[in-house]
Every structure is written in structure tokens, then in C-alpha cells.
Design a protein around this ligand. Structure first.
Ligand code: G6P
Length: 366
């Protein structure tokens, strides 16, 4: 098993480090349809609404997908937990596109949601990592992520490759629907192409990894943690909190930073760390004032920022620098330090990182 881990202590750490390659493979593996501007079986001009159904980490990818489809392609998008969709008698119309996101292609709730959507007349596209899985056999259209096998129960490279596919799809739909000019399209695609090397640069900077370890060492005794972000990085706050819960058993909550004042701020004191996503974006100033609110209540702040940042860095107790990219693409890079933070905290606590208690890699029963 040690050989399979490629020298890493756990599969999770190996898979975190495989992300640059996994993202690059996912771009190149999908270039054919992307360059032709056509997704088999789908007429983007005719899609009136997208509904994403998924579970767990894949659901968080869907939440980011909503921003991408609405921003780049102007298609109204809903995102539902598959387990909720299937029991809420959803309104599905025949010009709806239902997108299921599933690493394994075998999650029972996601498959049931897909079947219901099909029964009600929607087209079903699946974004999946496993060739020949049930989801890929049942969907009308399949788009693969090329993450390679993911062994760790806590999902990492499947997530960032799902985001990659969602970006490709949103760019393609935006172009076809005439909602995205050539220049914006070209510049976003070029930026997407640079993500693997930016992720690689972050992961190869030993200093930054040491930094994450240092922060983990300061935080691993916490009983509760808050993860806060806004806009596309709100789902990254959810995903960061999920990673921590899954493998370290520390209670963590992800929240939109602007909603903090309606509840979570009551929890803040010196024992509850708050992890903020504070990279460059149109909501940067807003996040900055949310950080001030936490500092005013003696909370310890960990901030994910871009190089050259000064305002947030001055306030934060700890900062982690990730390379800068277009705000819509920032989730792909910003999630990586949160994966590492959860990993090192769980490892310091001595837990079995790859096989957390009570969780399964793929939940094939309801
Ligand atoms: C389980 C796994 C998660 C995963 C979720 C959805 O809960 O532990 O890591 O995100 O299932 O799995 P899927 O294969 O449908 O993406």
C-alpha cells in the first residue's frame, strides 16, 4: 500500500498533490467537444433552466456551477441535494437541463434524482469520474472528469476537476448563447489553462505547506471552527468546513460571510477560529469588514489571500498565500489550502485520514 501512496503518508495528501495533473488532464480530455463548441445531445440555446443535483463535496461543486452558468451563460440555475430533490416533487420541464455531479457515479440518491428528472422529461447530463458507472450509463450525456482513481474518502481532486468541467461547460454555453464575447471567452479559457501551473506553484512551495502545518498545529485543539467566504468562495467555505468535519471530527460550519451577523457571530471568541477566503474579488472589501467584526470579538483569523495583499494580512493572525487568478476561477485554487489544513489537523490528531469513521467513499444505499 505504501507504494500506491507514492511516498505520501496518506492517499489524501497524494491526491491533493495530484490536482495540477488532474486538472490539466480534465482540460485536455474534454478539449474535443469544447473546441467544437458542442456538447453531444444538448442545444444550449434551448435550455431554459439548469438544475444541478449532487451530494456531499459534489454538491459544493454544483453551488459554484450556479455562479458560472448564471454569470457566463445567463442560464438560471438551481442546485439541489439529490436526497432532497427526489422527495420534494420538483418542477421539471422538458427544456430543463438536469446536471448530476458525482465522482463515483454510484451514489444512490444522485441516481434516484437523475431517474426522476428523466421521467419528468428533462435532459440529464452527468459529470462523472468513473467510466462505465451507473450514472454514465443512465445519463443522456456524459462528461468525464479525469482525476484518476480517488481512494481517500474525503474528496479533493474529484472536486477541483468537477469545477474544471463546470467552467468548460459554462464557457461553451455562454459562447453558444451569445452571452460571452470572444475576448472574455478567450481570456477566461487562457486563465483556466494556467490553473494547473498555479496549483503546482502553490503545492511546490514548501514554505507555504510549512505555513499550513504551523497553522494546523495552532488550531488542532479547537472544538469548533467557522469557515467564511462570499460569492463563489461561499461554497468553498462550505467545502473547507466539510473537509475538517469529515476527517478531524472538529465541528465546523461554513457560512456566507455577510450572513455571519445573523447568527454565527454569537459563537466567536478566542477559542473559535474563523477561516476566511479573502482573495482578490469584487467582494474583497466586504470580506475585509467581516474580518474586522471577528477580530473585534477576539476571534482568531486564518485568511487565504493573494500575494501582495496588505489590508487583510494586517488583521489576520495567520495567512496563506495562493496565486491570483480570475475571481470566477479562484475556488479551484482557494480550496487547496483548506484541504491541506484539514489534512494536517486530522494527522496531528492521529486519525485515520483516508478512512474516517462512519463515512463511506461511495454511498450506494439510501
Ligand atoms: C460520500 C463521500 C463524499 C462524496 C459524496 C458524493 O459522502 O464520502 O466524499 O462527496 O459521497 O459522492 P459522489 O461519488 O456522488 O460524488
Amino acid at each position: 500500500a505504501q507504494a500506491e501512496k507514492g511516498g505520501y503518508k496518506h492517499f489524501m495528501l497524494k491526491e491533493i498533490n495530484e490536482q495540477p495533473r488532474a486538472i490539466a488532464d480534465t482540460i485536455s480530455g474534454n478539449l474535443q467537444w469544447f473546441e467544437s463548441g458542442k456538447v453531444e445531445g444538448i442545444e444550449p440555446e434551448e435550455v431554459e433552466r439548469i438544475t444541478v443535483v449532487a451530494c456531499g463535496t459534489s454538491y459544493h461543486a454544483g453551488l459554484i456551477g450556479k455562479f458560472l452558468f448564471e454569470n457566463l451563460a445567463k442560464i438560471p440555475t438551481e442546485v439541489d441535494y439529490a436526497s432532497e430533490f427526489r422527495y420534494r416533487d420538483p418542477i421539471v420541464k422538458n427544456r430543463d437541463l438536469v446536471i448530476s455531479i458525482t465522482q463515483s457515479g454510484e451514489t444512490a440518491d444522485t441516481l434516484a434524482a437523475m431517474r426522476l428528472a428523466k421521467e419528468r422529461g428533462a435532459k440529464v447530463l452527468t459529470i462523472c469520474n468513473v467510466i462505465g458507472s451507473t450514472a454514465t450509463r443512465e445519463a443522456d450525456t456524459v462528461i468525464y472528469t479525469y482525476a484518476g482513481p480517488e481512494i481517500s474518502v474525503a474528496s479533493t481532486k474529484a472536486f477541483t476537476t468537477q469545477l474544471t468541467v463546470l467552467l468548460l461547460l459554462a464557457l461553451c454555453f455562454g459562447r453558444r448563447r451569445g452571452k460571452l464575447g470572444q475576448r472574455e471567452f478567450d481570456s477566461l479559457f487562457k486563465e483556466l489553462m494556467s490553473i494547473p501551473s498555479k496549483a503546482e506553484a502553490f503545492l511546490n512551495r514548501e514554505k507555504e505547506e510549512e505555513r499550513v502545518k504551523e497553522i494546523a498545529l495552532k488550531l488542532y485543539r479547537a472544538k469548533n471552527a467557522l469557515y467564511l467566504g462570499r460569492h463563489v468562495n461561499y461554497p468553498i467555505a462550505l467545502e473547507g468546513a466539510l473537509k475538517l468535519k469529515e476527517i478531524s471530527y472538529i465541528h465546523a460550519e461554513g457560512y456566507p460571510a455577510g450572513e455571519m451577523k445573523h447568527g454565527p457571530i454569537a459563537l466567536i471568541d478566542e477559542t473559535v477560529p474563523a477561516v476566511f477566503l479573502a482573495t482578490k474579488s469584487p467582494v474583497y472589501e466586504k470580506v475585509l469588514s467581516n474580518i474586522e467584526e471577528v477580530k473585534a470579538r477576539k476571534g482568531r483569523v486564518v485568511a487565504v489571500v493573494n500575494p501582495g495583499d496588505s489590508a487583510v494580512s494586517k488583521l489576520a493572525d495567520f495567512k496563506i498565500e495562493v496565486p491570483e487568478t480570475h475571481p470566477l476561477l479562484s475556488p479551484v485554487l482557494n480550496v487547496i489550502p483548506l484541504q491541506l489544513l484539514a489534512y494536517y489537523i486530522a494527522d496531528f490528531l492521529g486519525y485515520d485520514v483516508d478512512q474516517p469513521r462512519n463515512l463511506a467513499k461511495s454511498v450506494t444505499v439510501e
